[in-house]
Write a protein that binds this ligand. Structure first.
Ligand code: NAD
Length: 517
């Protein structure tokens, strides 16, 4: 079957389902093994390990992964330092050949990789294949950027007696720390940005998703990256996090994950000497529905965005501001749509909503629902599902809580669960003020048929990614080279978005070279 693309995602036919199901059977037949780390081109085990369980069936152990130690992370960073000069000097043309090979391998293995995501993260098959395809396109896009910009060497001469050029050069060794929810696209994308620009990488996946991380490590290994250029280490964020922060041989750190961890890394990483720390963090993303909106499109956009992947997207819509004039009608339609949400085993073809990632996520969900019941009215959902096939997984109902006071922390805290907080607004000005009344600034969306309202929203909302009338997801969805994706305020520290034209430059520093003739 051909590579699935951004354009073909909406019309996947029978052959897609057949290939996915075959791959899922293959992957399931290989579960339960112990997996080593990958340091200096060698398989490395550790004294203790941890089980990686499927969130849909917690008795299903996908594999056992090493609890890497600080000493092993040190060894990986030293190896990456040794490998750096040769990788840098290989030049960008050779590097993109290898990285494009990695993208090709992802496309060749797309169904196996998608099945791993479904088993490990609980994504439905459409979300899973989309992430795999995005991972390949991220790597390709970053290679294209290097090529398009001629490796970022710019002549700047002023006169015949002097030749000057500006050159962007890699920093050295980067730590790459990824979250659980897009464990392939974010690991692959962040690592590719660092690698293509000539840095070497030590990569640590989230503890809930080491299997997806391993698959990305295998891709880079099989693409033929030289020994020591890419290292894969598994283990707890706390233990390894200290070493990532304190190791003087690390020249840069890129992290995607929660705000609290991101802010602490940002605060500490550059304390002894200036070194770049890129942190992409959480979101509390608002959607605004105006009276002129096509309500059918708005309902679908909000539903997909709030409940797709159980609200476990950094861009998930978790705040909704609905204009008073259409509030009642809109809420009735949204509740009706949500009632029909297919919840189930993410391997099943019909499933839209799979499980949450772990027990802690269910606790957070329950906490949010309790608060919602106290402060507002639960218009739909609010229950953890424990029977009828759901007893072994972390399944919850999509939940809509209406009539919450606008000052409530339900509009401020990121729950990373399918909980949508709703309030009525009287004007676009009020909606924009509330949208901006947040520490976060990742994504936001509006549904309106009035161009003046759209322009006002685009002008005034403080967030990195804005959408108008996006039926496929009110505040979600981005593709390399199509939508840049990065946060403002506490959602991101660099101001240069992933998936976009400025991303790769962050992994390099500028040098001016002048020759006097
Ligand atoms: P998390 O912050 O718990 O973990 C992210 C990574 O950091 C994991 O690999 C974890 O092991 C590691 N980690 C944990 N503590 C650490 C420490 N003290 N030092 C160093 N590393 C540490 O996040 P998560 O639960 O895996 O992911 C969900 C979060 O990620 C949400 O907040 C979501 O909004 C955010 N996210 C943001 C984006 C974006 O592009 N802005 C994309 C995806 C997810």
């Amino acid at each position: 079957m051909e590579k699935i693309t951004y354009a073909s995602l909406g019309s996947l036919g029978e052959s897609f389902h057949h290939s996915f199901e075959e791959a899922a059977l293959r992957v399931r037949s290989q579960l339960g093994q112990s997996h080593p780390m990958w340091i200096n081109g060698r398989s490395v085990t550790s004294r203790s390990n941890f089980p990686d369980r499927s969130p849909a069936h917690t008795r299903l152990v996908l594999g056992r992964f090493a609890k890497g130690s600080a000493a092993q992370l040190r060894e990986a960073i030293e190896g990456a330092r040794k490998a750096f000069p040769a990788w840098r000097d290989l030049g960008w043309r050779q590097r993109i050949v290898l990285l494009r090979k990695a993208a090709d391998l992802i496309n060749q293995r797309q169904f196996e990789l998608a099945a791993v995501l479904t088993l490990e993260v609980g994504k439905n098959r459409f979300e899973a294949i989309a992430e795999v395809s995005e991972t390949a396109d991220l790597i390709t896009y970053y290679c294209d950027q290097l090529e398009k910009n001629g490796g970022y060497e710019i002549p700047m001469s002023l006169s015949a007696s002097e030749t000057t050029r500006s050159v962007l050069k890699p920093y050295g060794v980067w730590g790459v720390v990824s979250p659980f929810n897009f464990p392939m696209a974010l690991a692959g994308g962040m690592a590719a940005g660092a690698l293509v620009t000539g840095n070497t990488v030590v990569f640590k996946p989230a503890s809930d998703t080491p299997f997806s991380g391993l698959k990305i490590a295998e891709i880079f290994r099989d693409a033929g990256l030289p020994t020591g250029v890419f290292h894969f280490i598994t283990g707890g964020g706390g233990t390894l996090g200290r070493e990532f922060l304190q190791n003087p041989n690390l020249d840069g750190l890129i992290f995607t994950g929660s705000r609290d961890v991101g802010l602490s890394l940002l605060h500490e990483f550059g304390q002894k000497r200036p070194r770049p720390c890129i942190t992409e963090m959480g979101g509390k993303n608002p959607a605004v529905i105006m009276p002129s909106a096509n309500l059918h499109h708005a309902v679908e956009g909000v539903y997909r965005s709030a409940f797709g992947m159980g609200g476990q997207k950094c861009s998930a819509c978790s705040r909704l501001y609905v204009h008073r004039a259409i509030h009642k009608a809109f809420m009735e339609m949204l509740v009706a749509k949500t009632e029909s949400c297919p919840i189930g085993d993410p391997l099943d073809r019909e499933t839209f909503l799979g499980p949450l990632i772990n027990e802690h996520a269910v606790d957070v969900y329950e906490h949010a629902v309790r608060q919602g019941k106290r402060e507002g009215r639960v218009a739909y959902g609010g229950h953890v599902l424990k029977r009828d096939g759901f007893e072994r997984g972390y399944f919850v109902e999509p939940t809509i809580i209406d009539r919450i006071p606008k000052s409530s922390s339900l509009f401020q805290d990121e729950f990373f669960a399918p909980v949508l907080a709703v309030a009525e607004v009287g004007s676009l000005e009020e909606a924009v003020r509330l949208a901006n009344d947040s520490d976060y600034g990742l994504t936001a969306g509006i549904f309106t048929e009035d161009p003046a309202e759209r322009d006002q929203f685009f002008r005034d909302v403080e967030a990195g990614v804005l959408y108008c009338n996006r039926r496929g997801g009110a505040t979600t969805g981005a593709w390399p080279g199509v939508q840049s994706f990065g946060g403002w305020k506490c959602s991101g520290s660099s101001g240069k978005s992933a998936l976009g034209p400025h991303y790769v430059t962050q992994f390099m520093r500028e040098q001016s070279q002048t020759v006097i003739h």
